[in-house]
Design a protein around this ligand. Structure first.
Ligand SMILES: Cc1ncc(COP(=O)(O)O)c(C=O)c1O
Length: 398
């Protein structure tokens, strides 16, 4: 999307995110539209193969959202009533909701105050005899310390499901996220690559991937494409009742062209993040997230700051409304789940409490961050932030 000025003198609204769709994306989708096959078919298979090639995953299952991918992996792992699943409260509500809807209990652990990542120690402290899965979040595109999380999961024999909704292209040490274990990616339009809406489950367990593949389409052993093109019996049987979570080929086609541009997107995001980090260092109370010390490649999905009124001179809500008045969009990722009404009344909190999640939930704000942002868009955001917190700028008087 072009974020340059509109015809009058006021600059066009700068959203906090926008997908980068170019002529190659459009041409590929048009070709699929003209092909005569637009629902799940060969393009989905190609996208699954491309994801395996890129990440090193053993199997990939493309579906209609990361929420659907989470549902399928939880189902395939047999999560149900009486079970507990450990996850941070500082996540998107889709995961706790899904755990609850399956009859299990989400148990919320706190995150590091400055990276928003869960630690192996806080996970281990939350494990009980009922714990049946652990779901860490690679928040904003930075990986959790997987070695320590995997060690705890292995020690207790509990499956780890990486919520990599933000982390397509992220690397932990020399490994791309998704290379081993189970992980879910989101392809929602604000993510680093998109299919419009969509998600992918990757797993190194081929039988779990097969089960998810059946469950994504009513529990049938073969999908419409297989039946139509490969001459299988149209009377394939339900192996166990499933869902309608398949992704159309129109969307998968977009995923294929977007995936080719993923590195270019991450490179541009990294350059924008570098400028934000350098220039926000001079704005007290507008504190970007910290970068963990372990070896990784950050996919820079979101650029998150915490607005601390005591230092910035404005509260988060005033910070957001001031930027909005200047035509600059912002977002919140996330309001911690335990602060939502239903979870306030019904949530289960692990020992240790959720102090850092609560602190961040009240201050967190995502500022504009997408590959098509121009350098002058970045200047505009930084000027907007400085003029929102003018007297507090380092070196100035308060
Ligand atoms: C951390 C996290 N997990 C899961 C999801 C669910 O992704 P989807 O919207 O593709 O279902 C999101 C969506 O933003 C997310 O941020």
């Amino acid at each position: 999307m072009d974020s340059s000025s509109s015809s009058n003198s006021a600059p066009a609204f700068l959203p906090f995110c926008s997908p980068s769709i170019d002529d190659s994306d459009i041409a590929a989708v048009v070709e699929t539209l003209r092909s005569g096959w637009i629902t799940t078919g060969p393009r989905c298979g190609e996208l699954e193969q491309a994801i395996c090639d890129r990440t090193g995953a053993g199997s990939a299952v493309v579906v209609s959202s990361a929420t659907a991918a989470m549902h399928l992996v939880l189902t395939a792992l047999g999560i149900g009533p009486g079970d507990e699943v450990i996850t941070p409260s500082m996540t998107w509500v889709s995961t706790p909701n899904m755990i609850h809807l399956m009859g299990a209990t989400p148990v919320f652990v706190d995150v590091d105050r400055d990276t928003l990542l869960v630690s192996a120690e806080s996970i281990e402290a939350a494990i009980t005899a009922r714990t049946k899965a652990i779901i860490p979040v690679h928040y904003a595109g930075v990986p959790c310390d997987l070695d320590s999380l995997r060690a705890v999961a292995k020690k207790h024999g509990i499956p780890l499901i990486e919520d990599a909704a933000h982390a397509i292209g992220t690397r932990y040490r020399s490994m791309e996220i998704g290379q081993s274990g189970h992980a879910i990616f989101s392809l929602h339009p604000i993510k680093n690559i998109t299919t419009g809406e969509g998600g992918i489950l990757v797993s190194d367990d081929p039988s779990l991937a097969d089960e998810a593949r059946r469950l994504r389409f009513h529990g049938l052993a073969a999908e419409a494409w297989d039946r139509d093109q490969q001459g299988r019996s149209p009377q394939v049987e339900v192996q166990s009742p499933g869902y309608k979570y398949n992704l159309p080929d129109m969307n998968a086609t977009l995923g294929l062209t977007q995936l080719k541009r993923l590195d270019e997107f991450i490179e541009r995001r990294t350059a924008i993040a570098k400028r934000y980090l350098e220039e926000l260092a001079d704005v007290p109370g507008v504190e970007p997230l910290a970068i963990p010390e372990w070896d990784h490649l950050h996919a820079w999905h979101l650029f998150v700051v915490r607005v601390d009124e005591a230092e910035a001179g404005v509260c988060r809500e005033r910070f957001m409304s001031s930027l909005k008045e200047m035509g600059i969009g912002t977002g919140i990722h996330f309001r911690a789940t335990h602060t939502h009404r239903w979870y306030r009344e019904n949530g289960v909190v692990a020992p240790g409490g959720l102090e850092n999640s609560t602190w961040n939930s009240e201050r967190i704000c995502s500022i504009p961050f997408f590959p098509n942002m121009t350098d002058s868009d970045v200047d505009r955001v930084l000027e907007g932030i400085r003029s929102t917190c003018p007297a507090m700028t380092k070196g100035g008087s308060t």
